[in-house]
Design a protein around this ligand. Sequence first.
Ligand code: ADP
Ligand code: DP6
Length: 330
Amino acid sequence: MYKGHARAYTNIALIKYWGKADQELILPMNNSLSLTLDAFYTETSVTFSSEYTEDQFYLDQQLQDQKATAKVSRFLDLIRNKAQSQLFAKVDSQNFVPTAAGLASSASGLAALAGAASAALGLSLDERELSRLARRGSGSASRSVYGGFAEWQKGNSDETSYAVPIASDDFEADLSMVFVVVNDHQKDVSSRDGMQRTVETSAFYDGWLATVPQDLEKARAAIQGKDFQALGEVTEASALKMHGTTLAAVPPFTYWSAESMRVMNLVRQFRNEGLACYFTMDAGPNVKILVERKNEAALVAKLTEHFAADQLITAHAGPGIKIQTKEVEA
Ligand code: ADP
Ligand code: DP6
């Protein structure tokens, strides 16, 4: 029998994905654009065997409960269907990223699971097929198939919704992202529930959707032109607009804490002091700051005056998914 193994890195969206047009297929309402990072990743191994009588899911060496395992099983069913297999699986995954804390464990976790499980059943998927499959686990995972910049094209069907890499002449190598971890506990409102509530009830949702195409255009042009300021400005604007939609949801909610606001204000203050840096946030209170690599040390020095060293994690552009298959004893 075969063991599939994959390592996938997280990505952080510069232009956010927020809202689904199809919950079942995970088709998004808008395209999104991301940077894959080297600091956080997931390693997952999967074996399928006729000896197993149920799926087993270990995360960080802990056997997971029924609910978490059922989620993985539903995803494995997609792969079993594709491979025409009825075998159960053992999934062994290690997150080198806090789980469900708004640090994108679902992106690396589901991309790694897609890669490892499809390899274990002998499916050799190309990048597009792998991106489509990872998307079914978690939308943002579709982008973690690629290193550097990627754009998830929303499409309008299972076949047409996948991420593609963005040619950048290595611009990503000039960038750093500094994570300010103000809280690494599991969040109250998952991105899945938060975006659904927003699509269904927020009076601001249409406003969000209306400006995404021009923001994407600006981001693509900034990458082509290696224009850090333009990329930073549109990144920050996209995050603020996404988070704005949650305030008008019913019931309203926010991922911001007082500490998140403090970090955002500091970023604005650093800019006024002449240091070009821009923030983004996801479905949790932690703030990620985009800065040119040449200014990374200056940013970290300023942040160190306000935060403990272990709250600051610096990331650079990371590689695409790596998949291996090896034969193991049954
Ligand atoms: P995050 O901000 O960390 O992405 P989400 O709430 O969006 O948080 O997603 C977290 C969920 O992703 C977990 O509850 C779990 O279902 C899934 N997940 C995270 N890591 C893994 C993994 N290594 N393998 C499979 N599923 C994972
Ligand atoms: C705010 O990909 O975690 O991080 O598709 O329901 O699994 P599901 O959601 P998920 O949402 C990510 C939302 C975001 C923005 C982004 O990554 O684009």
